[in-house]
Design a protein around this ligand. Sequence first.
Ligand code: GLN
Length: 501
Amino acid sequence: MSGVIDLSALELRDAITAGEVSATDATRAYLDAIETMDKKLCAYNETFAERAMRQAEMIDKARSVGQPMKPLAGVPVALKDNICTSFGLTSCSSKMLENFHAPYDATVAGKLASAGAIVLGKTNMDEFAMGSSTENSARQTTRNPWDTSRVPGGSSGGSAAAVAGRMCAMAIGSDTGGSIRQPAAFCGCVGLKPTYGRVSRYGLVAFGSSLDQIGPLTRDVADAAMMLGVLAGHDGHDSTSVDKPVPDYLASLDKPIENLRVGLIKEFHSESLDAEIRGAVDKAAEIYRDAGAEIIEVSLPHSRVDIDEAGQLSSYAVACYYLVATAEASSNLARYDGVHYGHRTAEKVGGIVELYSRSRAEGFGDEVKRRIMLGTYALSSGYYDAYYLKALKVRRLIKNDFDAAFEKCDVLLAPTAPETAFKIGDKTADPLTMYMSDIYTISANLAGIPGISIPAGLSKSGLPLAVQLLGNVFSEETLLRAAKMYEKASGNSRLTPEMMK
Ligand code: GLN
């Protein structure tokens, strides 16, 4: 059965602009879909049905009196629950912020609103974006629309499940170590992490401030290009957002790239890689070769993935990330103490120190506590040089490897995740195994470069496969065009889970 909710965001925008579909009908269709599907998928922490309908009516009215339609007019979207909105809650799926009303809109939320998008709700995530399966949520367990016994990935798992489950036309996620791209891969969507500095982080609840970026989760590459065009740009509220012109990503998308040079990352393409995922990467390389691109083997020695005799994966990049990200998190999360921000214990306490410590003990989940402790340790005197400073040096080496690779190539081709969506509960007992989910994504965050995950068909067991493309800083235009080339030639876009058919 196909209907309004099966259109891509771009198609829907065009249909609304042309008057073929009303924004009210589209919003109603999505709210109905949420009503029926979200009981099974548990992607939304909160929805804004009335507000959304009111906005849709305003758009229809504007159109009826001949006002020009905006670039996302009437497109229903979902926001990850770490994007501040002046309406509803911004909980970060944490008990710590379960009643937090942000006093302002994140820049991206404001930009979406100015572009005419309609916010349907806030989506579930790993608490404070720490995790790879959305199981670290204090709210609920989100399920993968392709197999509800499996995780949607994380930490933007709610956003990915909402896109794949046809419960929004597109969604916003945040990516500190892979949290847009890995859930996109698990759910069969497109997920784009922009260059660090391309999109304002103002109003994104901070996790690892030197790594965090906001980006789109969409049905296809064109929608990602359209959404990035709306989100990108300098913002005086975020000094790390870069003042560079924003290209019209959508307008250039279909232009073929002459003499494209695609790098195949030697260290990621090893025997240890899952055979089906390796097959998907090989197939993608073949598609590029057939399209006239040159395939060049490149080496990223400091991002290499090692495997020991017991089959345990390890990587410098993962080790480096879990020092940098936890160090930054321990500092960012210091503000949640029950006084400045967040949950305050109801217990009678003896003084301020006990108030802080009880509030924090009650408000944070296990994984968040683990990160705060790790980060605090890495930053403490005596360990700072041995851990944090060392990690910063490794980070530089990782970045140098990318710089060298981009001398030879325009984009790099890689897997997104080492496996397809795993079962709920499979990795919760062992944090290290969970951390390895990001083995192919986190180097991009450490280097600040953009990356996109694109669907690559289905595995034998019917789960989404994906490939990842990485680009040089601020090369999103090329990255999206290269992604579109693959999407078009592979015919893999817009996969529909069985339960949605
Ligand atoms: N899975 C990684 C972590 O737990 C990445 C999370 C993210 O990108 N927000 O830190």
